[in-house]
Design a protein around this ligand. Structure first.
Ligand code: TXA
Ligand code: MG
Length: 344
């Protein structure tokens, strides 16, 4: 298959992409979070192609992307008033809500669950594609399963050239980490995945929030969990990743004393000079955590190299969007963390 490469700002791109979707094809779409691998979310044959192209486990449900908030009534039922408040506050934007599904959503899209995840992305071209296609787009992150997510069209081309019908190139993704997921199917709202909408922002609108244990700890592969995707070792480069916490100086001392040829250091702009001779790679500025979100997956892709031994990684502290960076890096590191304040 020849993969069409479409520019997001070309006048005929939305129509071409929408027709591919209507014909049951696969189109990679830009969003503000990461690139998605989109197909008609109401067509089980098209949805099956997504799982096939990604090599995605069948028990991992997809997010249904809508062009405007009121469309969730077509795919969800018993929608709590809190969902409308969240949509009003954060859509279009990097927030996904899990709600009870209507029968209109095929079981394959939601991996057999009684609920469905819905999101309205903050990308005008992608919303226009959804509108023209006349169907919601099922779209997981466009990476091959288990690889770091795709934040540029080039990442998508790398993973899927010749394997999908088209890629819409909308430039690098603004947020760079996947959407925040909040489950609204229980008595209390539950955070399943942190992202660009912070726990603090959710609390302000909801007044209450439970953090699912899959956010903060390694989950057993056989466990029954709320967010099936959270138990897989996501965002993982092929080498070992070790997070080194503690002050800048203590961390540098620890890393420099353990560093062996072939290892790499993943750090902040502010730390590059501390790692002369250790092949440091910066993923953004510690002083501006949004740059760390935007740069993390590109950096993990560079480090996705079997010839690398260990990647020593620095992780921002604190809440807000730093919470989402911590979650993704800890998963890439399979929760291997050493505290340089304690260990030498
Ligand atoms: O930012 C994003 O959310 C991107 C862009 C393309 O929109 N999409 C994305 O999709 O990250 P994916 O498939 O990589 O991650 C979706 C996550 C998975 O962890 C999945 O298990 C969870 O959402 N999920 C989907 N439906 C669910 C449901 N009904 N209940 C609980 N978790 C669900
Ligand atoms: Mg993903």
């Amino acid at each position: 298959m020849n993969t069409l490469f479409l520019q997001a700002n070309a006048a005929d791109t939305p129509q071409i992409a929408a027709e591919i979707i209507q014909n049951g094809g696969l189109v990679a779409i830009p969003t503000e979070t990461v690139y998605g691998l989109g197909a008609d979310g109401l067509n089980p044959d098209a949805v099956a192609k997504i799982f096939q192209a990604k090599g995605r486990p069948q028990d991992n449900p997809l997010i249904l992307h809508v062009a405007q908030a009121d469309q969730i009534q077509l795919f969800c039922r018993d929608i709590p008033e809190a969902a409308y408040r969240l949509a009003e506050a954060f859509w279009p934007g990097p927030l996904t809500m899990v709600l009870p599904a209507r029968d209109s959503v095929p079981l394959s899209t939601r991996a057999g669950l009684p609920s469905v995840a819905v999101r309205c992305p903050d990308n005008a071209v992608t919303r226009e594609i959804i509108r023209l296609a006349g169907v919601p787009l099922a779209a997981p992150s466009a990476n091959i399963s288990g690889k770091p997510s795709t934040t540029t069209a080039e990442h998508v081309l790398h993973d899927h050239d010749g394997n999908i019908d088209a890629i819409v190139d909308g430039g690098p993704c603004r947020v760079g980490l996947e959407s925040t997921i909040v489950d609204l199917t229980e008595d209390r709202p539950r955070l399943l995945r942190p992202g660009g909408i912070t726990p603090e922002q959710l609390l302000e609108v909801l007044g209450d929030l439970v953090v699912d244990k899959a956010v903060t700890a390694q989950i057993d592969q056989d466990a029954v969990v709320k967010a099936p995707g959270m138990k897989y070792r996501h965002y993982a480069p092929q080498c070992q990743v070790l997070i080194v916490s503690g002050s800048r100086e203590k961390a540098a001392a620890y890393i420099r004393s353990h560093f062996a040829p072939g290892d790499r250091v993943l750090c902040f702009d502010e730390e590059i000079s501390l790692y002369d001779g250790c092949d440091p790679l910066s993923y953004g500025s510690e002083a501006d955590v949004a740059t760390l979100c935007a740069g993390l997956f590109s950096a993990l892709r560079v480090l996705d190299d079997p010839s690398i031994g260990t990647v020593y990684a620095r992780c921002p502290v604190g809440g807000g969007v730093a919470y989402a960076v911590q979650n993704r890096l800890k998963k890439a590191a399979a929760f291997h963390i050493v505290d340089a304040e304690v260990e030498a």
